[in-house]
Design a protein around this ligand. Structure first.
Ligand code: FPP
Length: 253
């Protein structure tokens, strides 16, 4: 006679069972780090790590949909990443198109809306075209917002906001006395999104690397030594469960 385990059918269910579905972060932001080291450990070129990193992206998108996360912001390319060798930059710039070519039908089916933050105009034409197509195609979807930070730099974003505010003050569009944290936020790329509740960074590095400096003021940080290509559903759920143990006080008691 086969004995049936009383609670869980498999490991996956066991993990999900402990995640409180009533306390899921609305906005999760991820610094996907460690692709290069993943490749190096296997004596592969760095781009192999980025390619493998795309598999982690779709895994976590599916997981975010499953857990009803509202916004998933992924740091895919920073304003500083242009300093990398040209072939690596070119490879990274092809990834959005490749990803969307394979997964756009699934993203449509899952009701995912694609958005971006960053200096979009400065991206190569082929990248812009593919991403813009996906943004248009998914514009009416009202499920997960999959927000790629592409050519994103937080200091640049803040400088641009300040310049625009000065210009709007000049032309009397805004009154400087009325400027507050909320109206300042409206000048940022993220103006339509709530601030991240949870920031995940992989690969053991514990720094922000010019990511969402304004928006992360009250975000819970979660770090793991796991390299991004090894990041998976179980580790994401671990991050959610740890987040659920945090007491968010926003400076109060
Ligand atoms: C940092 O790792 C990672 C990046 C700069 C690129 C991240 C991009 C992806 C994971 C793929 C994005 C996918 C889509 C669909 C746009 P690193 O190269 O700095 O790693 P290292 O610190 O080990 O060298």
């Amino acid at each position: 006679m086969s004995m049936k385990l009383p609670f869980f059918k498999n490991k996956q269910e066991e993990t999900s069972a402990h995640t409180d579905l009533e306390n899921i972060p609305n906005h999760v932001a991820i610094i996907m780090d460690g692709n290069g080291r993943w490749a190096k450990k296997r004596a592969l070129p760095r781009i192999a790590g980025h390619k493998e990193g795309v598999n982690s992206v779709i895994k976590i998108v599916r997981e975010a949909c499953k857990f009803n996360v509202k916004i998933l912001t992924l740091y895919a390319f920073s304003t500083e990443n242009w300093k990398r060798p040209k072939p690596e930059v070119e490879f990274l710039m092809k990834l959005p198109k490749e990803f969307l070519h394979i997964y756009l039908p699934e993203l449509m089916e899952k009701n995912v809306r694609i958005e971006t933050i960053g200096d979009f105009d400065a991206l190569p034409e082929h990248t812009k075209e593919a991403v813009q197509y996906a943004k248009n195609k998914t514009a009416d979807n009202n499920g997960l917002i999959l927000n790629f930070a592409l050519n994103y730099g937080s200091r640049y974003e803040i400088m641009q906001a300040i310049k625009q505010i000065l210009s709007d003050v000049d032309t009397n569009k805004i009154n400087v006395d009325k400027l507050d944290e909320s109206s300042f936020s409206n000048y940022l790329y993220t103006k339509d999104f709530c601030d991240p509740d949870l920031l995940i960074r992989t690969s053991g590095e514990q720094r922000l690397s010019n990511f969402l400096l304004w928006q992360l003021a009250y975000t819970e940080f979660w770090f793991t030594d796991v390299l991004w290509p090894d990041f998976n559903e179980e580790i994401f759920q671990q991050a959610l469960r740890d987040y659920q143990q945090r007491k968010r006080r926003y400076g109060g008691l």
